[in-house]
Design a protein around this ligand. Structure first.
Ligand code: SF4
Length: 250
């Protein structure tokens, strides 16, 4: 499907989404796209909700995860528990070995603390490039983004046309709160990362995530040593933290 068709389809789907339930949104995307649709999970509470929604509807969606090599042990535990619960294998994508060796040789094993550029270089090797491989040939990408995770994310939409990757991106629980996710996982006895109960609301790589204090924004624990309020790893935004829109220069 070419970019003009995908862009038009994004607008059409987006108009429907607000009135649909999350599982209906997933089904609508799946029915609208003839090609491969991928859900990338990092096993956070939002992704656990979406896993349940996809699995219980029996949708033809590929599951993928990015193992950066720097994840918490608790994340591997919930990964294994999720595969066991749903009786499936989640396809892992790893950083390119040579690129990782070059990165660590150049900046040191924890070089990402030294500058924003060094941190973005690490995210580039360990996340952005593996993500590109996980989405190769896909027409649809499902993510667990929520509007109230940050002011920055509130500027997104249910469905957007990802101009760089030439696919439609759906955030089926974009309008859910964290409490909605919590309630859903409890009602369905869904495994969740035990770190959530220790103040880690948003969980990424271990050296780049800390627990947050009461009243802090949800994503305050990510790259906590940086001052920029638009901290992202380059998966959903351009390298300078801007939302990528059709027609915008990236
Ligand atoms: S979150 Fe930290 S360790 Fe993980 S890829 Fe980014 S900079 Fe590297």
């Amino acid at each position: 499907m070419n970019s003009i068709k995908l862009s038009g389809l994004a607008d059409k789907l987006n108009q429907q989404m607000a009135s649909l339930a999350p599982q209906e949104r997933l089904t609508a995307l799946r029915q609208a796209l003839p090609g491969r649709v991928v859900f990338t999970t990092s096993f956070g509470i939002e992704d656990q909700v979406i896993t349940q929604l996809i699995a219980s509807a029996g949708l033809d969606v590929a599951f993928a995860t990015l193992d950066t090599g720097r994840l918490f042990p608790q994340t591997y535990t919930v990964w294994q528990e999720t595969e066991a619960r749903y009786g499936m294998r989640i396809e892992p994508f790893y950083p390119d070995a040579r690129a990782t060796e070059d990165l660590v040789r150049a900046q040191g094993i924890n070089g990402f603390y030294n500058s924003v550029d060094a941190r973005k270089a690490c995210c580039g090797v360990r996340k952005v490039e593996p993500l590109a491989r996980s989405l190769a040939g896909a027409q649809g990408w499902i993510t667990g983004l929520r509007a109230d995770q940050s002011d920055h994310r509130s500027g997104l939409e249910f469905v957007s046309f990802d101009v760089q990757r030439n696919l439609l991106k759906l955030s089926p629980i974009f309008d859910w709160s964290r409490d909605d996710c919590l309630r859903f996982t409890q009602e369905h006895a869904i495994p969740v990362n035990s770190l959530h109960g220790q103040g880690f609301l948003s969980i990424g790589c271990a050296p780049c995530t800390r627990a947050i204090a009461e009243g802090e924004p949800e994503r305050a624990g990510r790259w906590w040593w940086e001052q920029d309020d638009k901290k992202e790893c380059g998966l959903h935004f351009s390298a300078d933290g801007k939302i990528i829109r059709p027609g915008a220069s990236a």
